[in-house]
Write a protein that binds this ligand. Structure first.
Ligand code: NAD
Length: 249
């Protein structure tokens, strides 16, 4: 179903008590962080699909390209700033009595815009840190990249010598169980769910949308193009996220 932003929709927002917001790469696109697939993007780095380069195995096979990818992404994040959509979502924590913000984004822009880290679930991790595949220790990405720039080909974990990788959830890697449980709890409890800037094609997190719907929540999808779950939404809003969101609440 598709509606313009009607008085009815605004009333639903005003009445919402428990809100779950799920965001995807589209929210950060206007901050200059490219999406992977939206708008016909085919994500390839040095001839390799991003799915391959960000998988853990790649670290043992093609280290220079992987560190170059991390460095490229660090540069993108360093020069990107929250856009009006991030600020609007941050404002919602003052508007709704209960808000959970689950983001598939790894860029930290929600927190930069003022969203409380206590309310944000970074379901696919963060690109701003590295993590050790052996002991799980985390450190700033910038510190690891400084070691690469200083001549280390593959900086190892300072604690145990294990392999470091970006603290993002790679393709094929499991989500953090507690993060997924938190998202699912919020989906079961919410009376309004918004999915913003995501094609809803990445699982298991896309599965929270049907869970919210089956639990009785109104589902609103905001995206520039069709998503895989438009059919179950109560409202689908198409257009620029940063233009649409400030008009909702
Ligand atoms: P996606 O790339 O599959 O889909 C993004 C959607 O946003 C597309 O449908 C696109 O049409 C839409 N979009 C882009 N700009 C928009 C705008 N200004 N207004 C309205 N809609 C807009 O993204 P996804 O579903 O989040 O899945 C990709 C995965 O890749 C995620 O799980 C995430 O972890 C990762 N990723 C993260 C970032 C980031 O951190 N910013 C960037 C790229 C990919």
């Amino acid at each position: 179903m598709q509606f313009p932003i009607s008085a009815e929709l605004r009333r639903r927002f005003a009445e919402a008590r428990r809100v779950l917001v799920l965001t995807g790469a589209g929210v950060s696109a206007e901050s200059g962080v490219p999406t992977f697939r939206g708008g016909g993007n085919t994500a390839v780095w040095k001839g390799m699909p991003i799915e391959v380069i960000s998988s853990g195995q790649m670290l043992e096979r093609n280290l220079p390209a992987v560190w170059e990818w991390f460095d490229y992404r660090r540069g993108v994040l360093e020069s990107s700033h929250p856009n009006p959509a991030h600020y609007e979502i941050a404002r919602w924590q003052e508007v709704f009595p209960e808000l959970t913000l689950v983001t598939q984004n790894v860029d930290g822009l929600h927190q930069k815009a003022g969203s409380s880290p206590l309310l944000v679930v970074e379901i696919h991790g963060t690109a701003r840190e590295v993590t050790c595949l052996t002991c799980g220790e985390r450190a700033p990405m910038e510190r690891a990249l400084a070691r690469v720039r200083a001549g280390e080909e593959d900086p190892a974990c300072r604690t145990c010598g294990g392999i470091l990788k970006s603290a993002t959830i790679s393709f094929g890697q499991s989500l953090v169980a507690e993060d997924l449980r938190r998202a699912e709890r919020a989906a079961r409890a919410c009376d309004l769910m918004l999915a913003i800037g995501t094609k809803l094609s990445v699982y298991p997190i896309a599965g929270v949308v049907p869970v919210a719907k089956e639990s009785g929540a109104r589902v609103v999808i905001v995206n520039a193009e069709p998503t895989e779950m438009d059919a179950l939404a109560d409202v689908v809003l198409r257009g620029s996220i940063s233009a649409l969101l400030p008009r909702l609440v």
